[in-house]
Ligand binder design. Structure first.
Ligand SMILES: [Zn+2]
Ligand SMILES: [Zn+2]
Length: 70
């Protein structure tokens, strides 16, 4: 049985098992390098969430939508 490989919601390529994060808005996973040594696309951003008073992770799709919505 072959496991379905998860893909990044932002760039649609395979995710790294470790260097990934989940988007707070759409729940999708995206590339997020946890240390500066790895070569991978950065497909999301940290954004401050006013209601949660915390930093949340957003994929670049949702981050862009958020920026454009204001
Ligand atoms: Zn990606
Ligand atoms: Zn998202």
């Amino acid at each position: 049985m072959v496991e379905a490989q998860e893909v990044c919601v932002a760039c649609n390529t395979e995710l790294d098992d470790y260097h990934q994060a989940s988007c707070q808005m759409c729940g999708g996973k995206f590339h997020h390098p946890w240390d500066g040594e790895v070569q991978m696309p950065l497909c999301g951003s940290m954004a401050s969430h006013e209601e949660a008073l915390a930093l949340v992770f957003l994929c670049s799709n949702c981050y862009q939508a958020l920026e454009e919505g204001e």
